[in-house]
Design a protein around this ligand. Structure first.
Ligand code: SF4
Length: 762
């Protein structure tokens, strides 16, 4: 690996970017802008500019570590390419305008659409990078003010299947454990997660745990030999899309060899299967019979992993405590929810859950997908803090809290992300607001969705720099970045962290919050939102936070004790935090005996310390699901014989709109590449550096080949960060989605590969 992940997690050294500068004016505690690891950072502020970033050694879980991307955030914030002024499209060109003209146009287009075609003719597409208060406010405006559930966001593309897995297994979303579990685990089960490059600080912590105790073992499951495989004691390389078979087979070995924890299962687990589209209870014996079909020998034929390796992985899994981590390899799949369920199954069967070091833990790619979008209910089917639009009592609770007229929130979910952009293409969505995200590059099967945005009646985009989405918009608004506004990010381990405004935004850029507040005022004035619904209640994000705490009261998320003052003073709080003297919760659903096992007020008082109660699940028992082993939406075939998978590299983040602004990161991975296995390269006559055409039923790219024994034979891998037409890999990916989570299957589609000439301009 060019930059090892170990080297990438940089101890709290001073940023070399600032070595020549004078003494700092001040260092301010904050949180990293990039991934859901949520590293605590300190920002050096001099003469009104951010000149450096370092890890915060006082942060309780990341302890001063940060990765390479984070160190360059000051360069991203002060990039000369930042958008500074609003722009509107006139005669096909985006031209500078005033905020007044831009927002008058935006409000009139939204108001006209609502009046002429109803509330469902408008839509909001938000981001796991917006602050929690911003997502909450947008959700409140659209669902309770305008009266549409057309509220979506890019977390639909990254973690919706994890949500579906947690909710269907445990009754409520979000992990029950925390990063503390890393220090207690004996076995790590890492599946569908390139933690080394995508969550480097956590990978560093896993490695530190492994180095501290030679009995600690790592199982890695990934069709591509990502850098994690280099530390794996057991590495399994399944055929893409066949890992459900693999996990059922591991469960088969667990049951066959008597590793089920009967007391735990008896008290805490129920077994279910879907029969005729309805969940039905089954017995443990029926589940065991279901697993008989998944002997390692049979599974080997289906998933491509040798039976002996399946046996070894299952035997290691039960050598707990076991912590499982996964990300997009499981989530971005048409059976993403089921894949999540099967990880939970193994933890529940073995009782490897709710104890220090034993937890199934979905990692998150964005800094605030958890706290901002999942928890605030800012997707088309949910409402804040575990409520759903389908339940009348939940709608009534939110309408009462928001001061909305009863019946305003529709009972039917709105359009999910793919259907929302399809509806935009059909002209059914007449005005769309897109904040802090880049669907023009990030949506799968990008070409029709880009066409939809370009030809739609009206699209407004707010961002920090020009993107493949701003170029399609009718109005472009310049956004303040995270360090230019104050609010809360909620990261993977349920920790809510406050980040303060430390520098001014460039030019006329403002926060998403300011845009939403202004739009709300104008829609109130236009009579399509009740007068005072937003404008009489909020002036700043502190006000919104207070209402959010109230919305969480007496829910499984209760963070009424996480006051603004506490968040400013402390290094985040893990919810539930139901009172102002509550320390936060390291492990949910467990009766507390010590700080690590303090699960707050919801564990039953009759439980003994350390005992579990899945209080949010039906009958207070988690579910082991019998899921049929279904493959991908578009398997390889004779015409398209290879499987394409996409992902990330260490130096870049998602669509590259931030990391490409730091010259050092841009240079470190300057161009897209297509990994091809040496076996396939021989067949295709490809050598590293050759151009390879990647063609699917939807589009094509031409990218330089990298011949390397990382993807399985029959598989190609391309990172998703580059925006030039030849490298825009989402033209090739598929937008088929999981019927439960509605998350698209970015990870698997069928392609042809062929040696090609250099693309124009290369
Ligand atoms: Fe930021 Fe994630 Fe790196 Fe931590 S691991 S410094 S949160 S990008």
């Amino acid at each position: 690996m060019k930059i090892s992940a170990a080297a990438a997690a940089v101890a709290a050294a001073q940023n070399p970017l600032s070595a020549a500068t004078a003494e700092p004016d001040r260092w301010v505690k904050s949180v990293c802008r990039f991934c859901g690891t949520g590293c605590g950072v300190q920002l050096r502020i001099q003469d009104g500019r951010m000149t450096a970033l370092r890890g915060d050694t006082e942060h309780p879980t990341t302890k001063g570590l940060v990765c390479a991307k984070s160190l360059f955030l000051p360069k991203v914030v002060h990039s000369p390419n930042r958008l500074k002024y609003p722009m509107v499209r006139k005669n096909g060109q985006l031209v500078r305008t005033s905020w007044e003209e831009a927002m008058t146009l935006v409000a009139s287009k939204f108001a006209d659409a609502i009046k002429s075609s109803g509330p469902d003719s408008v839509a909001y597409y938000g981001s796991g990078q917006a602050m929690s208060e911003e997502s909450y406010l947008a959700n409140r405006l659209f669902k309770g003010g305008i009266g549409t559930n057309n509220v979506e966001g890019n977390p639909r593309l990254c973690m919706a299947s994890a949500v579906g897995g947690y909710v269907s297994t445990f009754g409520k979303d979000e992990p029950m454990g925390s990063y503390d579990d890393i220090d207690h685990a004996n076995t790590f089960f890492l599946i569908g997660s390139n933690t080394a490059e995508c969550h480097p600080v956590l990978f560093d912590r896993i490695m530190a745990r492994k180095q501290s105790d030679r009995s600690v073992k790592v199982i890695c499951v990934d069709p591509r030999k990502s850098p994690i495989s280099t530390i794996a004691d057991i590495y399994l390389q399944p055929i893409p899309g066949m890992d459900l078979v693999l996990m059922h087979s591991m469960a088969h070995v667990i049951v066959r060899d008597g590793h089920v924890d009967p007391d735990f299962v008896e008290k805490n687990v129920q077994f279910k299967a879907m029969v005729d589209d309805a969940a039905q209870n089954v017995t443990f014996e029926e589940y065991a019979r279901f697993l008989e079909d998944f002997s390692p020998e049979k599974a080997e034929k289906l998933c491509g992993v040798p039976a002996a390796q399946i046996e070894a992985a299952a035997k290691q899994f039960v050598e707990g405590p076991t912590t499982s981590f996964w990300t997009m390899g499981l989530n971005q799949r048409i059976r993403g929810v089921w894949a999540n369920n099967l990880v939970h199954n193994m933890h529940l069967l073995t009782g490897m859950i709710g104890k220090p070091g034993a937890t199934p833990f979905s990692l998150t790619g964005q800094p605030n997908a958890c706290g901002g979008v999942r928890d605030t209910g800012s997707l088309c089917h949910i409402l804040p803090y575990g409520r759903v639009v389908a339940k009348e009592e939940h709608r009534a609770e939110m309408e009462a809290l928001w001061g909305a007229k009863p019946g305003t929130i529709p009972a039917k979910p709105g359009l999910n992300t793919i259907e929302m952009f399809n509806a935009l293409g059909r002209g059914e969505i007449k005005a769309m607001l897109i904040l802090t995200t880049n669907p023009g590059q990030s949506l799968p099967n990008a070409l029709p969705h880009r066409k939809a945005m370009k030809e739609a009646p009206f699209v407004v985009v707010l961002d920090i720099v020009p993107t493949l989405t701003t170029e399609l918009a009718d109005v472009v608004l310049p956004a303040a970045m995270w360090a230019e506004k104050s609010g809360v990010f909620g990261m993977s381990e349920r920790r809510y962290q406050y980040h303060p405004k430390v520098v001014d935004a460039p030019g006329e850029a403002v926060s998403d919050f300011d845009v939403l507040l202004d739009l709300a005022r104008r829609l109130e004035a236009a009579g399509v939102v009740p007068a005072g619904y937003i404008s009489s209640k909020f002036e700043n994000t502190d006000d919104v936070w207070d209402e959010m705490r109230e919305a969480s009261r007496n829910t499984a998320y209760d963070f009424t004790g996480a006051t603004r003052e506490r968040l400013k003073a402390e290094r985040g709080l893990r919810w539930p935090v139901p009172t102002e003297d509550h320390p936060g919760t390291a492990i949910r659903f467990v009766k507390g005996a010590d700080p690590l096992l303090d699960s707050g007020p919801y564990a039953d008082d009759t439980l003994k310390p350390g005992e579990t109660k899945f209080y949010a699940a039906p009958d207070k028992k988690a579910v082991v699901w019998l899921r049929p082993p279904k493959g991908p939406a578009e398997p390889a075939d004779a015409e398209y014989p290879y499987v394409l998978s996409t992902g990330r590299v260490l130096e870049h983040w998602h669509t590259g709109t931030m990391t490409m602004e730091a010259p050092e990161l841009k240079r470190a991975q300057a161009r897209a590449f297509c990994e091809v296995n040496p076996v396939d390269a021989k067949t295709l006559g490809l050598r590293t550096g050759d151009w390879v055409r990647i063609t699917s039923r939807r589009g094509e790219c031409v990218i330089r080949a990298r011949v390397v024994d990382m993807p399985r034979p029959g598989m190609a891998f391309v990172p998703m960060h580059w925006a030039d037409d030849a490298s825009l890999i989402n033209k090739v990916t598929i937008d088929a989605y999981d019927p439960g989570s509605k998350q698209p299957e970015f990870k698997i589609c069928a392609v042809k590969l062929a040696k090609a000439e250099a693309p124009e301009g290369a």
